[in-house]
Design a protein around this ligand. Sequence first.
Ligand SMILES: Cc1cc2nc3c(=O)[nH]c(=O)nc-3n(C[C@H](O)[C@H](O)[C@H](O)COP(=O)(O)OP(=O)(O)OC[C@H]3O[C@@H](n4cnc5c(N)ncnc54)[C@H](O)[C@@H]3O)c2cc1C
Length: 403
Amino acid sequence: MQIHNGELYWPTTYAREEHTNPAIAPFYDVVIVGGGMSGMLTAHALVEEGLKVALLDKRKPGEGSSAANTGILQYSNDIMLHQLMKQIGERDAVRFYQMCYKAIQELEEMAQLLPDQADFIKRPSGYFASKKRDMKKLQKEYEALKQYGFPCEILTEEEVWTKFGVKKAGAIITYEDAEINPYKFVVGLSERLKQQGLHIFENTILNIIEENKDDFTLHTIEGIIKTKRLVYTTGYEKVPFGKVKGANIRRTYAIVTNKIPDLHPWFERALLWETARPYFYLRTTVDNRIIAGGLDEGKAKPPKNPKHLNEKAEQLLNVLKDMLPQHDLEAEFIYGASFGESKDNLPFIGEHPDHRGHYYMLGYGGNGTVYSLIGSRIIADLIMERPNDDAHIVATHRKYGVK
Ligand SMILES: Cc1cc2nc3c(=O)[nH]c(=O)nc-3n(C[C@H](O)[C@H](O)[C@H](O)COP(=O)(O)OP(=O)(O)OC[C@H]3O[C@@H](n4cnc5c(N)ncnc54)[C@H](O)[C@@H]3O)c2cc1C
């Protein structure tokens, strides 16, 4: 399946090292299927545990959805905290938000060890009210976030104008969020993990899984691989085992503009999004471009027709020009990509409810990178048979889970 179409920006920012697949070891403690953000973070967590790990990817690592990812890291989610509290209860909702908050700090620590620190920069987020009536929802959310100690403030229409130069009825500003270059992060991390003993098999699709009494035999183009556990980090593509019940694959669009010499006024170059669904969002890059995305559609496959892609890019550019009329904006990169959401707005992380040894780390939703980090920690605990008090929140046995 084609996971994105058009011209991506991130792969132009990093020249990856040459890679040759290693000789297959007689046995691996864990085989990870998929080398995007989820697969690489899971590999990192498992290599840290001292396990012998192999990672297979049918492409080159980082070339899937992680190369299309616009690199916004937030502790707030598509579902607001006060809404999530209604859905799963106060304790679990607050814990989930706290896990997202902590994940950004952990990603920062990891980025510091990677080339150019993977362009990780702490940024606040501006969560705009798309309509005046959405201010009621934002007020409620602000109170919930404040009550549980999340760093944030609420802005009036005038304050939004002063800080951002845009006309919106109001906004929540959340602090301690961040931007990242997800491609540099994933590819940089893969190069580091290779030196630490991770066996990476590029262009290697997992064809057949044979279940033996105590282990698995995997048939791949590289040869036969033996392991005790499999972790599926296949992103928005079909999982090689089991079925994801609560997943909804859509498609979305993004543009990356020309370099803008002066981005003023743009309060601390905040990451911007809004209350409308689907939402329009934007951020800046280290070389002074603007990335803007949105216009999600019901179909799963990104469009092949360049005309369709250009029309969508023009729509995004027009929204951007309306918002920032002072800049001379052009779309230099335009792409469409598949995008997975879950029905209950939570990722799918954990072991298959009925089949031992098959684990999932599927970070569906706008906060996919943060979910990948959370998932890597949970998967490591499950595999090392350590207790994890939060794994049930995202477990595969829930109503909209994996079967
Ligand atoms: C346009 C866009 C913008 C986004 N913006 C953000 C954002 O700002 N912030 C954020 O947190 N998230 C964002 N996301 C979501 C984010 O991209 C994903 O959550 C995350 O990158 C997914 O990482 P992944 O490793 O799960 O998937 P992928 O990066 O797609 O990795 C999966 C890998 O598995 C491999 N694979 C699949 N099937 C097989 C198989 N059978 N055998 C071998 N290999 C296989 C693929 O080749 C691929 O490399 C965005 C997504 C899109 C599309």
